[in-house]
Structures are given as structure tokens and as C-alpha cells.
Design a protein around this ligand. Structure first.
Ligand code: BES
Ligand code: MN
Ligand code: MN
Length: 454
């Protein structure tokens, strides 16, 4: 272990805690000032770590932090991407300690954003400091830390298109994913895309007495349930016509490669409190999240949900539905197919409308590159064993756009664990992962700087 990291880790953690104390919730407008504060904090941190320059770039939404340390134009340039925005912390009452008062318990940092993604971004800032202090930078480094990842990265997409020269690099490095576990390090080689829609089913022109009208007027809540139920069949297949048309089918060999990663279904069920798993017939749990698309209701509301019982036949019912996509499904096209099919499911008794939210394309990263080899070598040295390539089910929509707009591949070198409860109450991040991550990142730069470009 690099002695500088070891000697300074307490301070590194304290600094991270100051950042975590800023509730940078991008989805809520009441946190607009906190977003600016969190961006400012990242800019300062980059400067203190030894960046040549760092700035807070305004956007019509939340600002983007850009910084760089350019040591030698003949060396390769790594563009580090991450996000300082976090998900809302609700439901607050389920947190054992307040989400924006970070605390270490059992070797884990508890706070919203501890793992997703402030804790992981901060590793890169401290890796920069570590390399600057020992004068061992073997790559130029650029940082782009955004504040709208959790809400679709719309303004980052514009920023990227408008700043191609500034963002010129050889590879993008991202820590915003997970490893299998601390005994089985892994590198993420694929992420799912996403299509997100919100549906509204409306019936009578107002809420009605459920006794006076029940049985004679169709109930939008009942109808919505039926329509949602028809989106999947009994084999767990999504029924939207054309949904699977472009899905890349993996060869038997690719599937058996995937199956080699360690995974215990019993532990998975235990960890999540499940009696049984669910999913598309003939696919394993790993495949169901890694290489197959999915469809889920994320939220649903209608009628009376307050205390006690109110007899009411609601006038409207709503649901937010996400579809996770795999290569080569297209997010806009899938949202369109959904919209058409959902309308076709509606009985004559109701009106239906579908609103499209943000989307993102799926990605598979290049594993035959200097950068991937550098990441593998870094893991092997830091963790004492080779990292296993894995596909993950989450989405980072901007990764596909980096490829499209900048022509750049990404290395997804995240250090979280699936059990870190990101987006959930009691999100946490292992101190071990934080410290090991910093070391692995410095080694990535070492190996990438030495490698031959390809
Ligand atoms: N860091 C996650 C994505 C992730 C988590 C990838 C775990 C792999 C493993 C990211 O912050 C995220 O939550 N993305 C959203 C994207 C959405 C808001 C467009 C997601 O996946 O829901
Ligand atoms: Mn994230
Ligand atoms: Mn997230």
C-alpha cells in the first residue's frame, strides 16, 4: 500500500465527510443552493489536490465542475467522470443516522452519496493528490464532475457537445459501479440503458362515491393494474410488440463466461429478504440483470391513501415505469413502442396518456484496449487477484454519449458493493473500498501511462 494514502486516510475521510454534509439532491429545486455549494467544494478540492486549474461551469440546470492537471502533451490523457448529485434521501425515518451527517460504523461510511457517487469521485481527487505529492503522474488528468446524473444528464450532454476540444482525452475513467465483493474484484464491462415513462389513466371527471357508482363506472386504478399486469407474461417476458427485436443474443460461450463469476443465489435471497427470485424464464439471475432487458413499476398512485378508509372511486391513476435496455435496443424507440402498446391496452372506459422521461442507451465497453489492460493490472496489483469482467444492470446514460460525441471508450472501474444500499436508506461505502480504490486508481494511471496506446 502506498504510504502517503495510509498516512493521510483519516484526513481524506474528513474532507469527504464535509462534502457529504452538503445535501446535493439534484431532483429537488429547494436544494439548488446546495448544488452550487457542492460544486464549489469539488472545485476547491481539485485545486488543493494539485490541479492546474478548476472551474464551476454554469448550465441551465446544475453546474458542472471541470478541472485538469496537464503534465506533458506527449503523455496520454485520462478524463475522469463522476457525479456530485445524489438521490433524495427519503424515506428519512428509515435511516439509522441522518443521511447528511456522515458517520463510520463497522468500517462503513454511512451517508447519502457515500458510494453513489461522491465517495467514489473523491477517491479520484485523492489519487490525484497522491500522485502530485510523489511527482509520479504518468498521465494528464481531466475531471468532469456533473450535478445531474441522477436526473438524466441533459445539460451534460450539451456541455460535452459544446466542449469537445477541452474534453479531448484518450480514455474516460469512471468509478460509479460495483465490484462483486471484496474478495472478488471485478471490472464492469456493460451497463443497461433505460427508457422511463409516466402513465396516466383517467376515468370519470371527478372522484366518485364508490358505493353510489362502484360497479357501474370503471375504476382507473383497477384498469391501471390490469394494464400493467399485461406488460409481462407468465414466463417473465415483456409483451410489448417488437420489444426484443434488436436484443443482441449472447453465444453459449459468452453465457458460460458470464456464469463463471462467483454468485450465491442463497446469499442473494437472504440479503434481500426474498423467499424466491423472479425473472425471465431460462435465464439466470446474473443474466436477468446483466444481459436481458427488464420492465418495472417505480411508483404508482391513485385514490385515497391517507389514514383510515375513505370510500372513493378515483378519477385518475398514475404509474412511473422504467425499462432497462441491453444492446442494441434504442431508448427512444422502446419508449415509442411502449406508448403505442400501452394505448392499445386501454379499454374504452378510460383515457390514457404517456409521458416520456429521460432515457439512455446501453453500453458494452472495449476489453481489448490498453486502458482495460491497465485497469486489470491495477486491480491485480492492489487486490492481489485478477478482476473478473462483469455486466451490471444499472445505467449511466452519458457513457454511450461519450462514445458517440467524443469517440471515447470508458473504463468502468467502480468499487462499490451491491449491498451498499445506493438510492436506499442507510447508503454506505466501505472505508476499505475507499482506501483501496484510491490505490487502484493511482496504479491505473501508472500502468496506463506506460502502456502503448491502442
Ligand atoms: N451509479 C448509478 C448506476 C449504477 C449503479 C451502475 C450500480 C452500476 C451499478 C447511477 O448513479 C444511477 O443511479 N443511474 C441511474 C440512471 C438514471 C437516473 C437515468 C439508474 O441506473 O437508475
Ligand atoms: Mn452513480
Ligand atoms: Mn445513482
Amino acid at each position: 500500500m502506498n504510504s502517503y494514502i495510509e498516512e493521510n486516510k483519516t484526513r481524506f475521510l474528513e474532507e469527504l465527510f464535509d462534502w457529504l454534509r452538503i445535501p446535493s439532491i439534484s431532483a429537488k429545486s429547494e436544494h439548488k443552493a446546495d448544488m452550487i455549494k457542492a460544486a464549489e467544494y469539488a472545485r476547491e478540492a481539485l485545486m488543493q489536490a494539485g490541479a492546474d486549474q478548476a472551474e464551476v461551469c454554469q448550465t441551465p440546470g446544475h453546474p458542472i465542475v471541470y478541472g485538469e492537471k496537464l503534465v506533458d502533451p506527449t503523455l496520454p490523457t485520462v478524463l475522469v467522470y463522476g457525479h456530485y448529485d445524489v438521490q433524495p434521501a427519503d424515506p428519512l425515518e428509515l435511516w439509522h443516522t441522518p443521511p447528511f451527517e456522515p458517520q463510520v460504523r463497522d468500517g462503513k461510511i454511512y451517508a447519502r452519496g457515500a458510494c453513489d457517487d461522491k465517495g467514489q469521485v473523491y477517491m479520484h481527487i485523492k489519487a490525484l493528490e497522491t500522485m502530485v505529492k510523489s511527482d509520479s503522474l504518468s498521465c494528464n488528468i481531466k475531471f468532469m464532475i456533473e450535478g445531474e446524473e441522477e436526473v438524466g444528464s441533459d445539460n451534460l450532454a450539451i456541455f460535452v457537445k459544446d466542449n469537445k476540444e477541452k474534453l479531448k482525452a484518450d480514455i474516460i475513467l469512471i468509478s460509479d459501479t460495483s465490484i462483486i465483493d471484496n474478495d472478488n474484484p471485478s471490472i464492469t464491462t456493460g451497463l443497461r440503458g433505460i427508457a422511463y415513462v409516466e402513465v396516466e389513466v383517467s376515468g370519470p371527471n371527478k372522484d366518485l362515491h364508490s358505493g353510489v357508482y362502484g360497479g357501474a363506472v370503471d375504476n382507473p386504478a383497477n384498469v391501471l393494474c390490469e394494464m400493467v399486469a399485461r406488460l409481462k407474461d407468465k414466463d417473465g417476458k415483456i409483451t410489448i410488440p417488437g420489444f426484443y427485436d434488436k436484443v443482441v443474443v449472447l453465444s453459449q460461450q459468452e453465457r458460460s463466461e458470464l456464469a463463471k463469476r462467483p454468485f450465491s443465489l442463497d446469499e442473494y435471497k437472504k440479503e434481500l429478504g426474498l423467499q424466491a427470485v423472479h425473472g425471465e424464464k431460462d435465464y439466470s439471475t446474473i443474466e436477468r440483470v446483466g444481459i436481458r432487458p427488464s420492465l418495472d413499476v417505480n411508483g404508482m398512485w391513485s385514490g385515497y391513501i391517507g389514514e383510515g378508509a375513505k370510500t372513493v372511486l378515483p378519477d385518475k391513476a398514475f404509474a412511473k415505469i422504467s425499462m432497462r435496455l441491453v444492446p442494441n435496443q434504442d431508448s427512444d424507440e422502446i419508449a415509442e413502442l411502449f406508448t403505442r402498446y400501452f394505448h392499445s391496452l386501454a379499454p374504452a372506459t378510460v383515457k390514457v396518456s404517456v409521458k416520456k422521461h429521460h432515457g439512455g442507451q446501453p453500453v458494452v465497453t472495449n476489453i481489448n484496449s490498453t486502458a482495460f489492460r491497465a485497469a486489470s493490472a491495477a486491480f491485480e496489483e492492489a487486490w492481489g487477484k485478477p478482476a473478473i469482467p462483469t455486466r451490471e444492470g444499472g445505467s449511466i446514460p452519458i457513457v454511450a454519449l461519450f462514445r458517440q460525441e467524443l469517440g471515447l471508450d470508458s473504463v468502468l472501474m467502480g468499487f462499490g458493493l451491491d449491498s451498499d444500499a445506493i438510492h436506499s436508506p442507510n447508503e454506505h461505502y466501505g472505508v476499505f473500498n475507499f482506501v483501496k480504490g484510491i490505490e487502484t486508481i493511482t496504479l491505473f494511471h501508472k500502468y496506463y501511462g506506460k502502456g502503448k496506446r491502442s
